[in-house]
Design a protein around this ligand. Structure first.
Ligand code: ARG
Length: 459
């Protein structure tokens, strides 16, 4: 039976019902709706609407339902109800009879759905927080395991300066750490309870909304009923957070796809996380990383969809808001799964130290070190840049590295250059030179890794 048949003379059309019903996707809110309803039953008792026995019966019925749902989470979709709210109410009426009809007193699906969705999201973000920390720990382990390895660092995808593989991994730790801070902020921002705001104007019952909010684990009750029932900022914030975090993972994936390409060959993927080609027998493809990159577009699309849904909505509740669920549910699933698969895959990447080092030696990645050497001789940096560039040009003409130029050739550009220049041009010297805080010197990276391991409890 529907929740609103009284003023209708004719049945709803099947085609409308199929279009309108949200049960096929909002059934996942069931355990949270049960929690909210238990708290509401107590509030109703406090307001003198139900007796102590009736309250007990309602709570008993809800707990029984929670047990059934724990066994069979998709139980609701076996029935045809409009949404999870009507399904639960119908179930209660089946088991409790008349008292089941009292539960919806003074509340609306509008304050209820906003409450359920917040409770769902708080729980889901809790799981995602664990996966996020797991991914950070995975990156830290990867950095530790490959602490010796060097790869070329790029700007414009042109070899720029050598960096440690651990420095590369720690860059993504920074990004995920910011995601973690944003996740915590999001949890805090959304922590007001809409329950007891009624359909839009507030409830007519004498409800202690603060006590109700505390009982459900919120910091406080929301202040304005019109806002509370139509606020989906928390959905947008979670989607924005998921989108940005996916963008971070996507950039990592792009790096990995390139690093394991035939052209770079710094990383090799384990069989467990690679796939082959149906036609080309030699292929081993980085599908995991491409898929995460691809799913990032999907998650960012959900953020756009939600913003577009909200734009131009009048206060307060409008049915458009039902569109908040599928995009939020899917985005959180994709984000969670992406974090898990990346964490797993990091353990299946082999680093080819030789290939990384060889590539880092190429491309005149030590030209800045030569300029810095000239600066130490007293040459103003702009001139040092010019002279180092001229030497790069000479080396390109000769088809050799900077360190393979004769001293006499170098002295033709700057007579002050001495033998000690060759040590400066070594790869290790280039790394060691970047020794200020945040740089890729072995000492800095080692310290950064230790700090992060301590902070994230990784070993
Ligand atoms: N299924 C609805 C949603 O997800 C529940 C709220 C319905 N409220 C209403 N006034 N029709 O938004």
């Amino acid at each position: 039976m529907s929740m609103w048949g009284g003023r209708f003379a004719a049945p709803t059309a099947d085609i409308f019902k199929r279009f309108n019903d949200s049960l096929p996707f909002d059934y996942v809110l069931a355990p949270f709706e049960v929690e909210a309803s238990k708290a509401w039953a107590k509030a109703l008792q406090g307001a003198g609407i139900v007796s102590a026995e009736e309250c007990e019966a309602l709570i008993g019925g809800l707990e029984q339902l929670a047990d059934e749902l724990a066994q069979t989470p998709d139980l609701p979709v076996r029935d045809r109800a409009e949404d999870i709210h009507s399904w639960i109410e119908a179930k209660l009426q089946d088991t409790l009879g008349a008292v089941g009809k009292k539960l919806h007193t003074g509340r609306s699906r509008n304050d209820l759905v906003a409450t359920d969705l917040k409770l769902w999201l708080k729980a889901r973000l809790g799981h995602i927080q664990e996966s996020l920390l797991g991914c950070i720990q995975g990156l830290l382990k990867f950095a530790q395991l490959h602490q010796q390895a060097v790869i070329p660092g790029y700007t414009h995808l042109q070899r720029a300066q050598p960096v440690l593989v651990a420095h590369w991994a720690l860059a993504y730790v920074e990004m995920l750490e910011r995601d973690h801070m944003r996740l915590q902020a999001c949890l805090k921002h959304m922590n007001q309870s809409p329950l007891g705001c009624g359909a839009l104007a507030g409830t007519g019952l004498n409800i202690d909304r603060e006590a109700l909010a505390q009982q459900l684990g919120f910091d406080s009750a929301s202040e304005n009923s019109l806002d509370a029932v139509s606020d989906r900022d928390f959905v947008v914030e979670a989607l924005a957070l998921a989108s940005l975090s996916m963008v971070h993972l996507s950039r990592l994936c792009e790096d990995v796809v390139f690093y394991c390409s035939g052209e770079a060959g710094f990383f090799k993927l384990g069989d467990a996380i690679s796939s082959g080609s149906s036609l080309m027998p030699q292929k081993k493809n980085p599908d995991v990383f491409e898929l995460v990159r691809g799913k990032t577009g999907r998650v960012a699309g959900h953020l756009q969809a939600m913003l577009m849904t909200l734009k131009g909505l009048p206060l307060a509740y409008n049915k458009d808001l039902q569109e908040d669920k599928e995009c939020l549910f899917d985005a959180m699933t994709q984000w969670h799964d992406a974090l898990s698969i990346i964490t797993y895959s990091l353990g299946h990447i082999e680093v080819d130290q030789q290939a990384g080092r060889d590539a880092a030696e190429l491309g005149y990645s030590n030209a800045t070190d030569l300029a810095d050497y000239l600066v130490r001789l007293g040459v103003p940096f702009r001139d040092a840049h010019e002279q180092s560039g001229q030497l790069v040009l000479q080396a390109i003409d000769k088809g050799c590295a900077l360190g393979q130029l004769e001293l006499a050739e170098m002295q033709r550009i700057n007579p002050d250059i001495q033998d000690d220049v060759y040590a400066v041009l070594e790869l290790e010297a280039g790394l060691q030179a970047r020794g200020a805080l945040g740089g890729t010197s072995r000492a800095q990276v080692d310290a950064a890794l230790k700090r992060a391991m301590l902070q994230f409890n990784a070993q």
